[in-house]
Design a binder for this molecule. Structure first.
Ligand code: LFR
Length: 496
């Protein structure tokens, strides 16, 4: 039996990593070769990704990974780089949390956009970013972030399907660029490269890149589910088809898997999206704000501590500059449950900034007790996320009519025991948590299958994950004191 070694390049909003996997028909072993920080930079009033810094992290990671049979790349969605006609990058990619989309958006009415693409309303979808993009007129090619990295590694251009679906320029049914929408870009419509599908070989490493990395020039870059969420959902260790998933990191992507897009008025109102998955599947899900709330709280507290150290005064809470997340979550677990909750999806929480302050403001505005300690703020975040998970799972069941007997939580959030338990409690369903590295696993499994080392359907790949990875189980507690469904004044979609 043959086995293979594959590298997953997985770029997240706060860090990137290169993971190496040994894969055989019954083995799946991962090792992190390299991890690096991804720190956006604000310059001249615009929030950018530091893309060359990211690319350097990728190169360092591939060097550390050593010889492999394939390289796959995934990242967050919607963002892109533009190339001129000679293939040079036109400036830094702009961060999807930049405010430019507040001033401009595609002129196409949302009803029509949804009917064509099945993609939910998000101000940062590529179609809206392009409406605010001054460099578009001088661009020859648009590449989404993983496709840009693949281009630098191989010299080949293309638009990988799962991530292309998040642009809101793809026809949900044909899974090709929707020419009625792309023609709205005017003369720039030609910037979109042909679609490629997960499992297709992108190409061998460019000779100079292979040389620089000390790798064989035959090393192939293989298209995977280059949208991180597509790779994560591919690695959900589900036993049956009656599952819902929460891919939980900076965002919580909450939904079910379908084999056809479901485009309905109800779904549009509930902001459910139909993103392209592996093997023709559809990721029918809602974006819930996720651990972003917690990450920004911690960033704020660490910055405060640093400022007070600089000022020569002692930080307000013990532990110096760094916040000990484990300890904080332990204290949060002991706080009064559901004392204060916020609407995790309120737009005030979207941009980077003083999250503890915004959470306090939200509680004040809506007449709830204002969290006074860090532990209370963290408890408020976790409680709020658990309730947002429940609302999304309920909507997914109602809208699709699909039975759900298990919730799978994958990604970094699967390590957060409090969040997993409260999600089980709030949903009244068992939660299976793990794997933490679902995104990298989905990435390497699609490569290994394309390479012939494993075979079968998505269900077979998932069975391999189940047999080889460590999972935690949480049963719903009947006495958890879960409050009734909260709508925060937003219109509740009618029962259908
Ligand atoms: C998660 C994710 C989400 C997408 C958001 C923005 O990392 O890819 O699926 O909606 O980031 O790109």
């Amino acid at each position: 039996e043959r086995s293979g070694r594959y590298a997953a390049v997985d770029l997240g909003a706060s860090s990137g990593r290169v993971v190496v996997a040994e894969i055989g028909p019954d083995t799946l072993e991962l090792r992190e070769a390299h991890r690096f920080a991804n720190v956006p930079v604000r310059a001249g009033g615009t929030l950018y990704w530091d893309i060359l810094r990211i690319y350097r992290g990728v190169l360092d990671g591939l060097r550390a990974a050593g010889p492999v049979d394939g390289i796959g790349i995934d990242s967050w969605a919607v963002d892109y780089g533009l190339l001129d006609e000679r293939g040079a990058l036109l400036g830094n990619p702009v961060h999807y949390r930049d405010a430019r989309t507040e001033r401009t958006a595609s002129q196409v009415p949302f009803e029509e956009l949804y009917a064509r693409t099945g993609i939910a309303r998000q101000p940062f979808n590529t179609i809206h970013q392009l409406a605010a993009e001054p460099r578009l007129a001088s661009a020859a090619t648009l590449l989404l972030i993983p496709d840009l990295i693949a281009y630098w590694l191989t010299g080949q251009v293309g638009a990988e399907l799962t991530n292309a679906s998040t642009t809101q320029l793809l026809d949900a049914r044909t899974r090709e660029w929707d020419t009625a929408l792309t023609s709205g870009l005017g003369p720039a419509a030609g910037v979109l490269p042909p679609i490629r599908r997960p499992g297709e070989v992108i190409g061998p490493l460019a000779p100079e890149v292979a040389g620089e990395l000390g790798l064989s020039p035959d090393t192939r870059v293989i298209a995977v589910g280059s949208h991180d969420t597509a790779s994560a959902v591919a690695a959900v260790p589900a036993r049956s088809e009656r599952f819902a998933y929460i891919s939980c990191g900076t965002w919580s992507l909450v939904g079910v898997e379908l084999d056809q897009p479901m485009i309905s008025e109800e779904g549009r109102r509930a902001n459910f999206t139909n993103e392209a998955g592996i093997d023709g599947t559809v990721r029918y899900l809602r974006n819930v704000t996720g651990l972003w709330l917690l990450q920004e709280c911690i960033r704020t507290w660490e910055a405060e501590a640093e400022a007070s150290l600089d000022a020569g005064t002692s930080p307000t809470e013990a532990g110096g500059g760094r916040v000990d997340l484990e300890e904080l979550l332990g204290r949060a677990a002991g706080e009064v449950p559901f004392r204060s909750v916020v609407d995790a999806d309120d737009p005030v929480f979207h941009p980077p900034g003083d999250m503890p302050g915004r959470i306090a403001d939200f509680c004040r505005r809506t007449g709830r007790p204002v969290p006074e300690t860090r532990a209370q703020t963290v408890r408020c975040v976790i409680d709020s996320l658990a309730l947002a998970h429940r609302a999304a799972i309920e909507d997914a069941r109602r809208l699709t009519g699909q039975a759900v007997d298990t919730i799978h939580i994958v990604g970094g959030g699967s390590r957060n025991a409090l969040l997993c338990q409260l999600t089980a409690d709030a949903c009244g369903l068992p939660v299976v948590a793990g794997p933490v590295e679902a995104t990298s696993i989905g990435n390497v499994l699609v490569q290994a299958r394309a390479d012939g080392v494993v075979s079968g359907t998505l269900a077979d790949l998932r069975a391999l994950v189940r047999r080889t990875q460590h999972l935690e189980h949480y049963e719903p507690r009947p006495d958890a004191g879960i409050p009734p469904m909260e709508t925060f004044g937003r219109p509740v979609p009618a029962e259908g």
